[in-house]
Design a protein around this ligand. Structure first.
Ligand SMILES: Nc1nc2c(ncn2[C@@H]2O[C@H](COP(=O)(O)OP(=O)(O)OP(=O)(O)O)[C@@H](O)[C@H]2O)c(=O)[nH]1
Ligand SMILES: [Mg+2]
Length: 298
């Protein structure tokens, strides 16, 4: 008997959803940063084990939308919990808990889907003491004293065995949806743009990370030579462009070097990376541009 199904991973920005998915998968698929709103589209990670396929959907962190980009992100979350999911996994940052977060319980219970909760970031040992009252509040709000609430650390896989077993138990029976050697349904070129964006999120602060979008212009494989990857970094203002380029181009050079190393490690082969910085005013309000950035066809 085989089991297969969709697990939607949701929660507030910065809760550790992407870290958790990558670590469950044992493969770095989703980009990670210390800044909120790192993930924009839905990243699919496919966990294949004997007689089992769990398709994990890493979603963007929930925020009330202030622009079209964020509105699209919210739409992805709703679709993923109401339509795609066989199971919803809600990730809570145990080190930053507030009672407002209980609204998630109402939303997730309304979907009628099986719910599992992971209180994350309990690597700081004193947090285990914090997890117990959070667990009690969540169960009370859900009106379900048996609700599955686990304490985990995505960073070091603490509590993963129990969490994973609970998820597998809830997985429906059925044949795999994807070939069992596939780890994602996203193309290599999408991961390349995401790794460039991850580098931008790491190297810049204030408005630049959130005003940046990366578009692949060319990905040319040359037999016997390095692949040529050419990408554009879009920002919203001339000021941001100046910041990204840096004095005499020093900053963009650093972005290129660091992103190239990440890409090479990910693709497991050397590449030639060429970056350009362009201004696209208000791109976060441009429906067509946002749709093309987040499209699952990328
Ligand atoms: N201490 C600790 N930090 C963690 C843990 N899991 C994730 N982090 C850190 O939390 C930050 C956010 O992690 P992400 O995985 O990008 O969080 P996310 O929920 O995907 O964030 P968005 O995509 O912005 O919604 C990063 O700096 C991670 O290294 C954990 O278990 N313990
Ligand atoms: Mg994320």
């Amino acid at each position: 008997m085989t089991k297969s199904g969709y697990l939607s991973i949701v929660g507030w920005p910065n809760a550790g959803k992407s870290t958790l998915m990558n670590k469950l998968l044992g493969h770095k698929l989703s980009i990670i940063s210390a800044k909120p709103q790192t993930t924009r589209g839905v990243i699919t990670g496919i966990l294949n084990e004997p007689d089992l396929q769990m398709i994990m959907l890493d979603t963007p962190g929930w925020i009330e939308p202030r622009d079209l980009l964020q509105a699209s992100m919210k739409k992805f979350i709703l679709r993923s919990i109401y339509e795609d999911a066989d199971i919803n996994l809600w990730v809570v940052d145990g080190s930053a808990w507030t009672k407002e977060e209980l609204e998630w319980v109402d939303l997730l219970v309304k979907t009628g889907k099986p719910l599992v909760v992971a209180i994350n970031k309990i690597d700081n040992s004193s947090l285990e003491a914090v997890a117990e009252p959070i667990r009690a509040q969540i169960r009370e709000r859900a009106g379900s004293p048996d609700l599955a609430v686990f304490s985990v650390s995505a960073l070091n896989r603490m509590g993963f065995k129990e969490l994973k077993q609970a998820l597998i138990n809830l997985l429906p029976e059925g044949p795999p949806y994807y070939p069992t050697d596939q780890v994602t349904n996203r193309f290599e070129r999408y991961h390349v743009t995401e790794l460039i964006r991850e580098t931008l999120m790491r190297l810049f602060h204030d408005e630049v990370p959130h005003a940046s979008a990366v578009v692949l212009e060319e990905f040319r494989e040359k037999s016997g030579q390095k692949d040529v990857i050419s990408a554009s970094i879009f920002v919203e203002t001339e000021g941001q462009k100046k910041i990204v380029i840096g004095h005499q181009g020093a900053k963009i050079k650093q972005v290129g070097t660091e992103a190239r190393k990440e890409i090479e490690a990910n693709l497991n082969r050397p590449v030639f990376l060429e970056l350009r910085v362009k201004v696209k005013k208000n791109w976060r309000q441009d429906a067509q541009f946002v749709a093309s950035l987040l499209s699952a066809d990328n």
